[in-house]
Design a protein around this ligand. Structure first.
Ligand code: C5P
Length: 231
């Protein structure tokens, strides 16, 4: 299981200093909408300059018409990031077109799809999708698998089910992690700790606030990595 640290701080300087403090840690870094919109694509090379071993997950959650998504995917592939994501609700045609477009690319990034955001509870999800989270997340995962994606973003609680209905190697990346069990949930609804993530065979856990709001983010990260190492 890999730890992916969300760089969701209010300004570039703080994100960079968080990355610097994690220079010696074996982590992925997640660049999300806020940072990418504000700091631009150069943020990727700046992070790699700190440690060229950092792997970058560009969390832009693409959702558009198929051709626009494929165009965007092609541009993302030029950014030297290792992973990015799209919304599964963009549909199979769009996801397949993204994968087709990346076919000719050398060392293409891993492509994941978002099934159900971990900030949804059942009623919030139902209001949009008219379906329960588990059923719809599984449908989205199967469609993503059939479209050639490498994995999905889901909650810890759907990880095992998704693997058993697709493939053992189909990746699950799970946000909503509260590693120490005693933190606030904030806007996340379906949260889990590291032991639960391990039991559910999550390939990546994403942790934001429990790290960057900690008194010492390096210590918090190290504690999580030690915890992961115990399994
Ligand atoms: O601070 P916290 O650990 O809740 O951060 C979770 C991160 O994961 C945020 O950057 C959020 O955008 C992202 N994310 C999520 N749920 C998804 C996909 C991404 O929370 N389904």
């Amino acid at each position: 299981m890999k730890l992916c640290v969300a760089l969701d701080l209010p300004n570039e300087k703080e994100n960079i200093s968080l990355a610097k403090s994690l220079k010696k840690c074996d982590v992925w870094l997640k660049v999300g909408l806020r940072s990418f919109i504000r700091d631009g694509k150069n943020i990727v090379s700046e992070l790699k300059n700190i440690n060229d071993g950092f792997k970058i997950f560009l969390d832009l959650k693409l959702y558009d018409i198929p051709n626009t998504m494929a165009d965007a995917a092609e541009s993302i592939a030029e950014l030297n990031v290792e992973m990015f994501n799209v919304h599964a609700s963009s549909g199979k045609t769009a996801m397949k077109m993204v994968m087709d477009r990346l076919n000719g690319v050398k060392n293409p990034p891993i492509v994941l799809s978002v099934t159900a955001l971990t900030s949804f509870d059942e009623s919030g999800f139902w209001a949009i999708y008219n379906e329960n989270i588990e059923k719809k997340a599984l449908q989205f995962a199967k469609e993503s698998y059939e479209s050639g994606l490498e994995g999905v973003v889901c909650s810890v609680y759907e990880s095992l089910m998704i693997k058993s209905h697709t493939n053992d190697n189909f990746l699950t990346l799970t946000p909503g992690i509260r590693p120490f069990g005693d933190e606030r949930k904030d806007d996340q609804k379906r949260v889990a700790d590291i032991k639960t993530a391990h039991e559910n065979r999550c390939d990546f856990i994403v942790v934001g606030r429990p790290i960057y709001q900690a008194k010492n983010p390096f210590d918090a990260t190290q504690k999580i990595l030690d915890n992961i190492g115990e399994f």
